[in-house]
Design a protein around this ligand. Sequence first.
Ligand code: BGC
Length: 818
Amino acid sequence: MKLNEYEIRHIEKLRKLAPECMVLLKSDKSFPLETAGPVALYGNGARRTIKGGTGSGDVNVRHFTTVEEGLINAGFTITTQGWLDKYGEVWEQAHKEFKQAIRSKIEAEGLSAIMLGIGAVMAEPEYEIVPEGEGDTAIYVLARVSGEGSDRQPITGDFQLSKTEIRDILQLEKQYKRFMLVLNVGGVVDLTPVAGQVSNILLLSQLGMTTGDSFADVLLGKSYPSGKLASTWAAWEDYSQIGDFGGQDDTRYQEGIYVGYRYFDTVGKNPIFPFGYGLGYTDFDIIREGFSLRGTQVTVTAKVKNTGAFCGKEAVQMYVSIPSGKLDQPYQILAAFEKTKELEINEEQTLQLSFNMESIASYDEETAGLILEPGKYVLRLGNSSRNTKAIGIIQLEEVIEVQKLSHVGGTPDFSDWKPEAMAGEERSEDVPVVRLSKSDFNPQKQEMPFIDPEAVRIAEGLTDSELAYLCTGGFKDEGSSSVIGNAGMTVSGAAGETTSLFLEKGIPVLVMADGPAGLRLSRKYGVDEQGVYSLDEDAFASLYEMLPQEMITYLNLDGKNGQERNGTVYEQYCTAIPIGTALAQSFNPQICQECGDIVGDEMERFGVHLWLAPALNIHRSPLCGRNFEYYSEDPLISGKMAAGITTGTQMHPGCGVTIKHFVCNNQETNRFHSNSVVSERALRDIYMKGFEIAIKEAGPYAVMSSYNLLNGEHTSQRYDLMETVLRTEWGYEGIVMSDWVSGSFAGTSDTVKYPGACASGSIQAGNDIMMPGGKIHHEDLMSSLQDAGKEYPITRANLEKCAARMISMALKLNRDRE
Ligand code: BGC
């Protein structure tokens, strides 16, 4: 296998940074190992290692290293080939039955069940294979996969461990001198049956291309884990059951702002491993040096000292307990975090953790203002949400309205849950107090976003129909061809592109390709007189296997992938980076920036303008099938990581990111028609916050609206989200695109409570383009123009505004790359 020079460079970089995303959950210090010797390797992820989840977030790679390969590459001798072979047979048989069951379901239920096939996950089978590998060291790799189109289930073999897994893990802990449980998972599994008894647990996560090699580096101490949990790991029954999850039509977010650790810490439930937690091979002391206030900026200075016997990095976290008043407050929220550089034994580093008081203000639904209420704001410094020390208090004497906002997002038919005991009682911590008053705050300015006047002029000179074409993706007139992420015409395997009808008028095309775990393209493609065609043999193999033949023919997925054509063949191998959740675990936006740099380089190389990533929906429930793509249960972590990857990608000329899915896309069940019922406070303080941080800090060029509805209206059809929040309140200057197939395939079903989004509704609201495009959208726009009788009548001004923004972005990204 001969790699290109850029591939080698990207893989080397990845291999070095990946360990920052691993979280060491338990350690008795019997690892790292001194040398590579015999090792007994078990578990479903040992050979069938998962590099990332399934669906549009799956990156087509040349090769990635499994755990087994990584260990062999590093010189280990695997003493359990027999066990691994036998497990392989068990898995094959179980998988065959699983696929057959899905096939039958699709045959019975028809086309819409295709989405079920994409993300459905096989629960781990039960089996008896005696674990008898030689040596005194054993590794058990427990894997779980999930993906787009289906949510996870709280059942054995999925969210819960299977009986076989529990039995074998507990047995190995006793049987071997040194034993490590390695979690090759994209999200939480309930570790209750084993967490107390296993001495060494590593959350390896799913790290893309170098998963196995990076693991071997850590096992041998050539590198070390330094990640922290970006979401709470708890027993299934301890997660909040206040709101509902996975509802077919309506999903009520009744828990309000009490998501993740905000819930656990407030009600005093103990998770198995708390938010922010993670060990290293070494130990650290965190010494508070003081805190200061300049204007409204709080800065805490902390000295971190490596007191252990190994080098390492520590992520220091500052939480704030906000006083309750008119508004209830969780016990604490994360306000800032910083990670050290690599510290040698005994080395120290001074870190400064800063945040503005405005950034922790809460939304008051009564006044539509962002407010800080009077009382004591307790600053807590530590290295997990459950290991902090109060270090100071900011005292506020009066209510400050930090910013006046507008009411957006609609209203649910319930009031959010509130904890019985408020965290607002006087806080008696014996720490220094600093007072803050109204005069320290400056009013926040709102600046209207800029649109390129040249683009406005071009739009003004186009016909209505031409404008409508610019507001729907680059479809061929027969209709939309995309099933999922595969409507590229100029770049093979790209998810879509804008229209090429107006190249002669000087409006270039924008090419969009998926993520977030790297750039999703066809590995090989051909070009002949009919154009570009994919030669990716197995990119959709697992999907084909499940589909009945009539459906393959109907969808024009002949499975041959152009093998019969004779054009010139090209390659475009891309690098799979760690999944979003793993990147967040680095607690280091710089790591995200470096991954963005890898992706940006490949976008330039293969002619992609907009990457359909990062994805920063909140981990509201640990069951969401796409949580692996998303960062965290915490909006600050989500926003900072998204900002990091945005900066890294957009450093490359002509490359932009698309932050998605705006907003409240927190489940996969019935994803095109699911209505998220959310209070305005939760919407603003939890679900939109990460998007706001990313937009204000890093200026992404595109936003993707979500499939779901928000309080009864599709997000792409909400003027209050598209224009009031994004453009007016946040000053966002990029484009907004719909998520894929919404309004065409998605809109055709009449068996659902809520119809799919449509082009006229979306353009009227300021969602600039329907992707991947389709004749149905163009027709809808043309027939809704000036027709007040339509459900969503639009004007030429609506079209001109959206088209001008599309033209502006097409000109910018194409010119930047020249
Ligand atoms: C997903 C998006 C993705 C798009 C294009 C949709 O099904 O929800 O995240 O970017 O497809 O493939």
